[in-house]
Design a protein around this ligand. Structure first.
Ligand code: ADP
Ligand code: MG
Length: 238
């Protein structure tokens, strides 16, 4: 852990126009995520968690405020440069997996590396290594339709790791999973945390929050509660 700041936000705001006025989905948020931190963001539906994650990862632009990723200001960055920074630095995990239905597990994992110009041999080798890491080496040739929800999410996690991202941003990664599959994902996140991977996870699951270093509760676009060293508070193991 280098002590550097992977994500920084100042006055981060995202407003949406609505028929009856404006809604501030994210409302003047200040945030620093140091390298190696596992941050859980919790809060009721509609409080702005997904919007916050999209702003931090450069998938959406703020209407006000500043955001830095890997020390670089991204809210004013050109789309072309931002797309490249995203590709090189961020791994996204979504509730609904977002796998390509026509591609096998290993093809899904290696796709980004191939698009980035890596040789097919190297891309395949790394994809197989990552599938093994998430416990799915024996499912490499399966299409997503032939996998369970938990297996699909583990493929998506392997894919998110393929660019060795500086930060992983996960949006309710266990939201579509049963309890056993949730535990598999939880174990993977614990392993990632142990390797020093920086991780921001939006979750409703107290078990995921319990392994985080810090838990932020959001209400109406703002931070209602910010509980650092949450794992110590919640289970005393750390
Ligand atoms: P969460 O992920 O916590 O459920 P969201 O970030 O999805 O919250 O949404 C926060 C608020 O912004 C909600 O009031 C939602 O209706 C609104 N919102 C989100 N996306 C849009 C959009 N594209 N257009 C208009 N309003 C939106
Ligand atoms: Mg959401």
């Amino acid at each position: 852990m280098t002590g550097s700041t992977v994500l920084r936000a100042r006055g981060l705001t995202r407003q949406y126009g609505r028929e009856r006025g404006l809604v501030r989905a994210v409302d003047e948020v200040d945030l620093d995520v140091p390298a190696g931190q596992t941050l859980a963001v919790m809060g009721p539906s509609g409080c702005g968690k997904s919007t916050l994650l999209h702003l931090l990862g450069g998938l959406q632009r703020p209407t006000d405020g500043q955001v830095w990723l890997a020390g670089r200001r991204i809210d004013t960055m050109s789309e072309r440069v931002l797309a490249r920074l995203r590709r090189d630095s961020v791994g996204f995990i979504f509730q609904s997996f977002h796998l390509m239905d026509e591609l096998t597990a290993v093809e899904n994992v290696e796709l980004a590396a191939l698009l980035a110009g890596q040789s097919p041999g190297r891309a395949r080798k790394r994809a197989m290594y990552l599938l093994d890491r998430v416990g799915l080496a024996d499912r490499a040739g399966h299409l997503p339709a032939a996998l369970s929800g938990g297996q699909r999410q583990r493929v998506a996690i392997a894919r998110a790791l393929s660019n060795e991202p500086l930060v992983i941003l996960a949006d309710e990664p266990t939201g579509n999973l049963d309890s056993a599959a949730t535990l598999d994902v939880l174990r993977l996140f614990e392993e990632l945390r142990a390797t020093g991977q920086t991780l921001v996870v939006v979750t409703h699951d107290a078990r995921i929050a319990a392994v985080a270093d810090r838990v932020i509760a959001m209400r109406d676009g703002a931070f209602a509660d910010d509980n650092r060293f949450a794992a110590t508070v919640y289970d005393g193991r750390r």
